[in-house]
Each structure stands twice: as C-alpha cells, then as structure tokens.
Design a binder for this molecule. Structure first.
Ligand SMILES: Nc1ncnc2c1ncn2[C@@H]1O[C@H](COP(=O)(O)OP(=O)(O)OP(=O)(O)O)[C@@H](O)[C@H]1O
Length: 320
C-alpha cells in the first residue's frame, strides 16, 4: 500500500545572479513499511529532494510538483498543518542532528521538552517512562537520561537522534547521512538496530547515503540521482546485480563489491555539470562511456522496464 507518492518534484534555488535546478521532475512512490535508499555523488540533489518533503528548504528554494503523503499533498499544507504532521507522521535524522540540542541541559529533560511540544496532555512520569523506553529501544543505557550532550560519543548521540525521531511513532523516517560520520562497526550496529525497529514499529524509511553498500544492505529499493534527475529506480537486487543506467554502472564500479572478488575501483571521470546552465540532450552525456549521437540532442525519457523499475536513458528500451 502506497504511503508517499512524489510526482514531478522540481526544486530551483533562486538568487540574483543564477537559478540552480537542483531537483528535476523526479517521481517515485514509497509503500508502507518500505525502505528506499537515495544515492548519487555530492551535489546530485539527494538532500534537496528529501528536505523539500519536509518543507525544510531555505526561502530561496521554489518547489513544484506533488508530494502525496497518504492523501495529503504536503506541498499544499499550511505551516500549522505541516507542523502537526512533522515528527508525528514523518521525522528526519541528520548527520549531526544532535548539534541542535542545548549543551547545558540534560538529554532527558530536552527530550521531554520536545515530546510535550507535540503532546501536551502526557504527565511528566508518563513522558519520562516513554523516553527511557525509547533510549532502551536504541540500545542506550538509562543513565543517558541524566547525561549532557558532551558526555556522549558520536554513536550514542546518533542513537539519541534516532530515539527522538521515533518519539511520536511516525510512519516515515528520513535519514540524511545519519550514520556517515560514525566508525564502520558503530554504523553497522546502528543500521541493524534500525532495521529491527522498522519491522517492530512498522515504519517506512528514506535513507540518503553516499555509500552504495549501506543502501544495498539496508534498503529494499534504490533511487539513483544524477545532477537533479532520478536516473534509475528499482529493487536493490535488480539495480545492483543488473544496473541499466551507465551512471549506476559507474557508481557501482567506484565501490568495493558487496560479494565476491574485490576488483580495481574506478571513479567516474569528469564532474557534475553546472546546474544553473540549461543543457541539451542527456544530462550525463559528457561523462557517459556509452553515449551515441542521439544523446547529444535528445533528452532521454524515463523507461519503465520491469518490476516497476525506471531507467532514464535513451538505450533503456521497454515501455515509456
Ligand atoms: N541553499 C542553496 N542555494 C543554492 N544552491 C543550493 C543550495 N543548497 C544546495 N544547492 C545546490 O543544489 C544542488 C544539489 O545540492 P544537494 O545538497 O541537494 O545535493 P546532495 O546530493 O545532497 O549533496 P551532498 O551529498 O553533498 O549533501 C547543488 O548544486 C548545490 O550546490
């Protein structure tokens, strides 16, 4: 059953000197309890896409399209209507979410304050019980309740951020590079915990990551973004085992393989194009090892190939 449907979402950052088309006509759906990882190199529009869903973009960003969450178009909600929904229905964890906490107040009291903003009816014992339960859920000891932010390690801090995001039982959680800054062991532990919590709490997840292997190991579907476009979307096993877009193929070669022999890693030559300059033909043409003349002048359509998989390439074939 569909939870979120992103339809033709575009985001332009406007300034006096230029307009940056950071997200270009992106569409995909997320089912209830589904998990979608968004990958792509730095500057490809991953965070902009996700922040637009939560109305967290700066004022110079113009968002168009539709974002249907259940039946509500998030882009049309008033600020009050949206504030009601944020944390209760959709929440987000950033790489450094904990930086927004006060260094001079204990974790427990800050979590309680955040809890009561959205549910003023709960009494203080009830709130404390709920918070200690949340801390346990993310494998933190009860003593964290009385600790200050500076007393926690990076992994503990991200666990507190995850506990905060789960506070009001959201249906969707967005993780924007939430475990990137952690060491590999802590990252692995937290990702496993998240997978278990999702099953238990029936939550869907959007996971933004530079790291293909993190997405491959923790998500059911993958969305590959390049220069603001969704160039490939599908089930992780389909996309990883049989990538169809040349950018996805390049991206996969630049990460160690998940299984089997470790081959030579190759980065994709060239750079992202300047997103403030209109382009002709395929956006990936300057870096594409498979380009043909058609790619120089014809913008590729998004083809639907199999299992709801989408590929935006002139040579993807299938129905469009
Ligand atoms: N506030 C802003 N004003 C103008 N341009 C912006 C703004 N924020 C982002 N951009 C531009 O939008 C494009 C997409 O940026 P975005 O941060 O969404 O990419 P990303 O894939 O999430 O990158 P990263 O992985 O580095 O976070 C980039 O060209 C970026 O320079």
């Amino acid at each position: 059953m569909k939870l979120l449907s992103i339809k033709n979402e575009s985001v332009v950052y406007r300034s006096k000197t230029k307009n940056v088309l950071a997200v270009n006509n992106v569409s995909f759906d997320i089912d209830k309890q589904d998990s979608v990882g968004i990958v792509g190199e730095s500057g490809s529009g991953k965070s902009t896409l996700a922040l637009a869903l939560l109305k967290l973009l700066p004022k110079n960003a113009d968002v168009t399209g539709e974002v249907l969450f259940e039946d509500k178009d998030l882009l049309k909600l008033s600020t009050d209507e949206f504030n009601d929904l944020r944390w209760k229905e959709i929440s987000i964890v950033f790489q450094k979410s904990m930086n927004s906490l006060s260094p001079i107040h204990r974790i427990g009291s800050q979590m309680a304050d955040i809890y009561t903003i959205h549910d003023g009816s709960a009494d203080s014992d009830e709130v404390k019980g709920k918070i200690i339960n949340l801390l346990e859920m993310v494998n933190l000891p009860t003593r964290v309740y009385t600790m200050y932010p500076h007393e926690l390690s990076g992994g503990m801090m991200q666990r507190v951020s995850i506990a905060l995001s789960l506070m009001h039982n959201p249906k969707l959680i967005i993780m924007d590079e939430a475990t990137t800054a952690l060491d590999v062991i802590t990252q692995g532990q937290i990702l496993n915990e998240i997978a278990e919590l999702e099953k238990k709490l029936k939550i869907a997840r959007i996971m933004i990551s530079h790291d293909m292997s993190v997405v491959a190991n923790t998500c059911r579907k993958i969305a590959v973004m390049y220069a603001g476009y969704l160039v490939e979307f599908g089930l992780v096993e389909d996309v990883i085992l049989n990538p169809k877009h040349p950018y996805t193929k390049g991206l996969l070669k630049s990460f160690p393989p998940l299984k089997g022999e470790k081959g030579e890693l190759r980065s994709i030559p060239g750079y992202l194009p300047d997103l403030s300059i209109p382009h002709e033909g395929c956006i990936f043409k300057d870096r594409c090892p498979q380009k043909e003349n058609i790619c120089l002048y014809t913008a590729p359509k998004t083809h639907i190939v199999e299992n709801g998989r989408k590929v935006m390439c002139n040579f993807a074939g299938g129905d469009c």
